[in-house]
Each structure stands twice: as C-alpha cells, then as structure tokens.
Design a protein around this ligand. Sequence first.
Ligand code: COI
Length: 349
Amino acid sequence: MQIHIQKAEKSRLEAFNFDNFSFGIETTDHILVAQYAQNQWAEAKIEPYREISLSPLAMCFHYGQTVFEGLKAYKQSAGIINIFRLDKHAERMNKSLRRMCMPEVPRELFIEGTKQLVNLERNWISDKEGYSLYLRPFMIATESRLGLVPSQEYLFMVVATPMASYYSKPLKVKVEREYVRAVEGGAGAAKNGGNYGAAFYPTIQANTQGYDQILWTDAQTHNYFEESGTMNLMFIVNGTLLTPPAGSTVLEGVTRDSVLQIAKHIGISVEERPISIAEIQNHFESGSKIEAFGVGTAAIIAPFSQIDINTKSYIPYFEADAQMFVLKKHLQNIRLGISQDIWGWNTLL
Ligand code: COI
C-alpha cells in the first residue's frame, strides 16, 4: 500500500524528558492522516505532526461520531520494535465504526499506516522497564453540516505519545450504583468518544469522595459488575479468575482477551459470567482470598487496594505474590520477546 511520507525537518525527541512527562500531552514527530470522502479513501500520508483545521459545522463537534483505539509499541532487546495485537485493534476499531455508522478503515490502511508511523518513531520508544509508545488511531466525522444524519466525510489519524505507567499506585474504587456507563442495546461495546465523556461526571464525583476510580454496574439492577473506569474488571477468588462477559455493555478489551488466554494457558481456571456484587461481598465476608484489578491497554493490570460497596470497605489481596502479577509478567514477557509469542500477537519491526 502506498503511503506518502514527509519527514519532519527536525525531531523534538532531544527536548523530550523521559524522566518527567505526563501521559498523552506530547506527541512524537509525525502523524498519519487519511481522508474519506465520496465513498472512498484518499491516499494516506505520514506528515510532520501538525494541528488540523475544521469547520465549526464539522459533524464530530455536534453528534459524537468519533471512535478511537489505543495500542502500544514496545522496544525488545536488540532494538526490535513490537506493536502488540495490531490486528485485534484493527478489528475492534471497525466494530466500533460500524456501530457509529462510520465507514470502516481498510485493514491495510490501519496496519500498514501504523507500522510505518511506528517505524519512523522507533527512537521515541524507551527500553526502560514499563515504558512503551502509546498509539492512538482515531476517526472523526468532518462533513460541514448540521442535518442529523451520518457524516459523508471523515478523517482517520494515528498519533503517538510516549508512555510509562498509567496509574502510579493501587486504586481505591467504589461500586457505582447511581450512574451507568452503558445500557443493553446502547453503544457501550464501541470505543466511541461519548462513552468516555459521559463517564467524567460520575468519576469526578467519586474523586471528590476520595476514590481513584469507579466500578460500573448494570443499568437495570445495579447488582452486577460491568467495567472499571478505563478498564475491564477481573477478580481472582480462591484461585479462579472471574470476569463479566464482554457484550453490548462491556467493551471487548484486548488486554482482557490476552490476560484470559494467558490465564487458561498457565492453568488458572477462568469464568466469564455475570458477577453479582453480593457474590463478591459474600466472598470478602467469608474470608476468601480475593484479588481485584482492572485490565486495559493503557493501565495493563491495575490492582485495587480498596473496594467500597455501599458503606462498607473491603481490602483485596495485592501483595507482590498475587496471581495478577504473575499474569502481568507473562504478558510483559510476550511483549518484550522474552517468552515465545505462541498466539502470534506481536508485529515486529
Ligand atoms: C486504553 O487503555 O487504551 C484506553 O482506552 C484508556 C484510555 C481512555 C486512556
């Protein structure tokens, strides 16, 4: 596939401080851009990173047709770069796009475009432990029009930003029973911007009450766990890994899928099924050993140090020998090329 590349005259890498930066503020030197209009994709371009200009009537500003992905590239030994689960992210992006009535991004454009961008930015990937390059493919509706119909024009872009840990400490979370993230038949399974924007208000309320994140519950009864803030949710109860099933209200997380496959492979029993709050509360009260954590591309595995259910606080197990850290290590070893990539998850450059 032909991608026109215009290189930046000067890299900003020298001025970037890998020891002191916040996630998602500074980008690498280049951006991938592809335009869709008149039912077809124009040739993709990789250009020096730049701002974009849009009409105030651009439909993304009004009706929420915006979809994004998040994936990571790692530096393995000997300078090999690995983009983790590139195929799976391409597949999920198109699933989200279909739900939002947006045209699919051709697989080759997503895969080749991302590979070529990462290849150009390979020096931005630190090999320090826990570091990666976070890639943000996204698509927005750009047609200038206020009529309430799907846009006929779009921009697909990929930007990249260096990343260390997303959360710096174990999280104190509360079970959210007033606000909901998703409803059956809604767009909860899509990675569209609105799902994240709508989560700000309840999350900020929880933050002001001293919590780092919330655990979403189902919209109908508030009795079942769904997701956790920016991540999928998992428990390990007496050695069995439990996670709510992915579906119309729970995002099909790529890290979720990777962790489940690794768990099965190393002999941890896995149950993907509805998990009631009462079940977990009973386990805590009967003294079961419970690990509770979120899994996501940005956060990888984020342990919970406290879960509040109504007025009661429960303390999960998150010592260094917890099984979630064994899973994390396995995942990390595959990404870094230390363990064999038996599932073909790595794209090496
Ligand atoms: C990711 O893990 O890639 C996410 O989507 C979380 C993000 C909103 C920071």
